[in-house]
Design a protein around this ligand. Sequence first.
Ligand SMILES: Cc1ncc(COP(=O)(O)O)c(C=O)c1O
Length: 429
Amino acid sequence: MNRKSFVYNSMLGLGGSLIVGDSLGSNVPNENESLKALESVSADSKKFDNEAYWKKVSKFFNRPKDFIQFEHGYFSHQPISTLKFHQLAEIHINTQTSEFMRTVQETEIESARKHLSEFLGVDSETLVLTRNTTESLNIVIMGFPWKSGDEVIIGNQDYGSMVEAFEQASVRFGIVIKVANVPLLPKNDEEIIDAYSQLVTSKTRMLHLTHTINLTGHVIPVNSIVERCKILNDHLAVAVDAAHSTAHTIEKIGSLNADFIAGSLHKWLCTPLGLGYLVMKKSYIDQIWPLFGDVGMSKTNIRRFEHQGTRPIHSLQSIRPAIDFNNAIGFDAKLKRLQYLKESFLSKVDGQNGIQCISPWRDIDRGGAVFCIQKHGMKPVDFAKKIMKDFRIFTVGIDHPVVQGVRITPHLSNTIDDVNRFIEAMLKR
Ligand SMILES: Cc1ncc(COP(=O)(O)O)c(C=O)c1O
C-alpha cells in the first residue's frame, strides 16, 4: 500500500472510529458498512418514495435537536461518514504538522484534484481547487483581460457577490454591465434565451450565467443560451456560476458549454466548509491574471491560480469521502428524492391559505430542492420569523429587488415526516 492510499484507508478504518468515538453523534455505528448498505441496493429500492431507504440516508446526518432545518441552501451538513473522516484527517495533520506539509501535501492536493475532476467530468488539468464559488469567480472577473468599453451580460437574479465583483470591475476596468431580465416563471426556454441574447452586441466580452438561481432554485438552460449568444458574437467568454448546480441539478459539470465554471462543494456535495472549484478552459489559462500573484508556475499550468498559501489539506482530503457518499446514493436517485420532497410540500401548499410559490416547480427540469413561497400580506422576513417562532421550522426570508419570498430548501437529512409537519403548519389558519 503506498502512502497516499494508507492515509485514506486508515482514516476510514476502525481505529479511526475508536479515536473519535461518540462525539459525532449516535446515528451511525459503522459508516463504512452503512455506505455499502446505501449503495448495494437495487435502483427500485432507491425510488424517491421508498421511505425505508431514505430514512437510512437521513440518519447519516446530525440533525438539530430543537428545530427542523429547511434552509440547507446556505451550506450542507456533512454526512457522518465525511465528518468523521474530516475529523480524523484533522487529528492526523495536527499531529504530523509540518512533516505532513513537507512530504505528502502535494500528493494529497493532486489526489483531491483527480477525484474531483472525475466526479465533475472535467480534465484535471483545467481544475483549480478554491475555497468557494466567490473566490473562483473573482479569479475570473478580476483577472480577465478587460478593455475599457467591453460589455458583460449578467442576470437580474445573479448572486449578490458576483454582481458586486462585476460592479468593482466596472469601476476599475471601465467595463459596461448589462442585465438580462430572467422571468420568474418562464413559459418556455425561448423567453430566457431571448432575455440574454437580445443584449449581445459586438462589444460583449463575457456572458455570466447562474445555472441554478439561489433565490428560487430555477435552473436556466445554459447550453441553449450560450448557443444562441455565440451565433451573435462568437468571441464572448462564458462564465457559469454553478454554486447550486454541483452535485444537485446537473450530474456532469463538464457538460456545460462554458469557458469558466465555478462551484462550491460545501453545498450539495456535502464536503466540509470552505471548499470550491473553478474549471477554466485551457485556452484561457495563460490569459487570466491569477488573483494571488504567481510568476513561478508555467503560464499554461492551471496550478498558477492556487497560490493561496497554507491550506487546510485535511479538508481537501475530505472531498473523496464526500464523493463516495454521493456516489453511494447516485445522482439520479438523489435529485429525484430532493424534487419529491419539494413537490410533496408544494402540491399541498401552493395556492392554499394565501401562499403562492414563485419558483417554476411544476416544470421538473427547472429545479432541484430549492423553492420560494410568498404569503399574501406578509413580508418575507416576518413570515420566516413566524414559521420559526410558531412551528420551530427554520427557513430564510428573502428581500431582493426581483424575488421577495421565503426560501425553503429540503435536504437528504429531511424525512417525509418533516415535510408533513411543515405542510400542516402552512395550512393552519
Ligand atoms: C448562486 C450562488 N452563487 C454563489 C454563491 C456563493 O457561494 P460561496 O459563498 O460558497 O462562495 C452562492 C451562495 O449561496 C450562490 O447561491
